[in-house]
Write a protein that binds this ligand. Structure first.
Ligand SMILES: [Zn+2]
Length: 473
């Protein structure tokens, strides 16, 4: 059997309706993880839906309880053909954000998969059930084409708390390091840059959320009786924000800015088109770091956003000096930014600017990752994708958003390749979430090609000699 058989099998899985049936069952399980609880559907998704399927393909499956009570269980499924062969780690999440029932368009139900034109509507179709259903379908297609073997070992890690910020994921990866040992990481989540072209991304920007608070006094005072003799915390906080980021969105604190873009990064970003889709907002001219393209600002640079701002009561202002002002801010950043020191950096900066009275608190952190562009897996994956679908993938050095990729790239030390099957207007996390049928079908072919090529001796850049243990059938 051949590579083209594998791709034909994967295409048939879509065309004969099996993909729809599998996804329909998965969407119907209400695996909401962001509602403050751990519903039984999370464990059921793993044990009733995924485990039987993976076990039938020769995976040893094990449910791992979450050491963090805020999160659902994990599934670790390992398919070992030969301990001497290299191993791929794949990842997905079975949980979804809340269904938001009643807010979907007439005729749509978050828990019922519905096909309309090129769209497959349902909660989790884009994030992430549709995406791991594509990977699992492609895997079956390759196994069938290669006589029941892959030519390498494969491990699946499925979590059920991604939409609740992945509680316990790092702890489980540390605890199960041996069960998860691998040589390469491949997963699918998030959107393509453009619906019509595949995307390969190699990591993600990180994020630090921090809060600036100025508590001037316990209560408000009449602005006529006391204005001019009492500090206004809202005024001071607004000026403090202006010293962090200017009126055009340029970061003013040197240590919060990323290293300069190098030429390979610039080259990768040159062909990326940002926005322009029917549901995308128009980009604002003159916003962000001057001298950079939109792709460079979004993917290769840092941004400091004010997420929420508060003083007094904007719904019902009164003639008083507010007692307190607060700004919830966020730095999105690329690799090379000293984000671990954000609190100290912001503190020193505010002190220097005379804002010693403003408190800084870091509330959430996530690291940035990016597999180096010259890693041999990058060109290997681009070639495999182009061979499967006839066009070159957009190479995104890192996702502009954030993912728990540091756990795979840092903690587990793996080269990380992400091949997303969603697209920017998929309404992920909102009513009317959908997957494009055309992208899912192409995604099946792309994944089948990748899973096939990984087992071809001499093609995939495994460490020298790693594939010598077995020749494919
Ligand atoms: Zn999500």
């Amino acid at each position: 059997m051949s590579r083209s058989h594998a791709l034909e099998n994967a295409t048939a899985y879509f065309d004969d309706g099996r993909f729809f049936t599998d996804l329909q069952r998965r969407v119907a399980l209400r695996t909401e993880s962001d509602t403050g609880g751990v519903p039984p559907a999370l464990a059921a998704y793993l044990s009733d839906e995924l485990m039987p399927r993976l076990a039938a393909q020769g995976f040893d499956c094990r449910i791992v309880p979450n050491p963090d009570p805020r999160g659902g269980p994990f599934l670790i499924a390992r398919r070992e053909e030969d301990p001497a062969l290299p191993t791929v780690l794949s990842y997905g999440h079975g949980d979804v954000v809340s269904g938001q029932e009643g807010q979907w368009r007439e005729g749509l139900d978050p828990w019922q998969l519905r096909a309309e034109g090129d769209r497959l509507y349902g909660r989790g179709t884009a994030d992430n059930k549709g995406q791991h259903t594509i990977a699992l379908g492609a895997l079956e297609a390759v196994l069938a084409a290669r006589g029941g073997r892959l030519g390498y070992n494969l491990c699946w890690l499925i979590e059920t708390g991604e939409e609740a910020a992945s509680p316990g994921l790092a702890a489980v990866c540390a605890q199960e390091r041996e069960a998860l040992r691998a040589d390469l990481f491949i997963a699918s989540d998030g959107p393509r840059v453009q619906a019509g072209r595949p995307t390969l991304f190699l990591g993600s920007r990180g994020a630090v959320n921090f809060t600036l608070t100025l508590n001037s006094r316990p209560r408000g005072y009449h602005s006529g009786n006391w204005g001019g003799v009492l500090v206004n915390p809202a005024t001071r906080l607004a000026h403090a924000l202006g010293t962090l980021v200017d009126a055009r969105g340029r970061i003013r604190v040197e240590d919060l800015r990323p290293p300069a873009l190098d030429e390979p990064l610039r080259a990768a970003l040159r062909t990326l088109q940002i926005g322009g889709g029917p549901d995308d907002p128009a980009l604002d001219d003159g916003w962000g770091e001057p001298g950079l393209t939109a792709a460079e600002r979004l993917v290769g640079w840092n941004t400091l956003e004010v997420l929420a701002l508060g003083a007094g009561n904007p719904q019902r202002p009164v003639g008083a000096i507010p007692p307190q002002a607060v700004a919830h801010c966020q730095l999105r950043f690329v690799v090379g930014t000293p984000w671990q020191q954000l609190k100290e950096i912001v503190r020193a900066h505010l002190d220097e600017c005379g804002f010693e009275d403003i408190e800084v608190a870091v509330t959430l952190t996530g690291a940035a990752t990016r597999l180096p562009l010259d890693n041999p897996w990058v060109s290997w994956a681009l070639q495999s994708i182009a061979r499967s679908c006839g066009q070159r993938a957009d190479l995104l050095p890192n996702l502009a958003g954030s993912l728990p990729n540091e756990i795979f790239a840092g903690l587990l030390g793996l080269p990380t390749l992400w091949v997303p099957h969603s697209y920017p207007a998929c309404a992920q996390h909102a009513p009317n979430e959908h997957l494009l049928a055309s992208v899912a079908r192409e995604g099946l072919q792309i994944m089948a090609g990748l899973y096939w090529d990984l087992g071809e001796p001499g093609q995939a850049p495994w460490q020298a000699g790693a594939l010598k243990a077995g020749a494919p059938a």
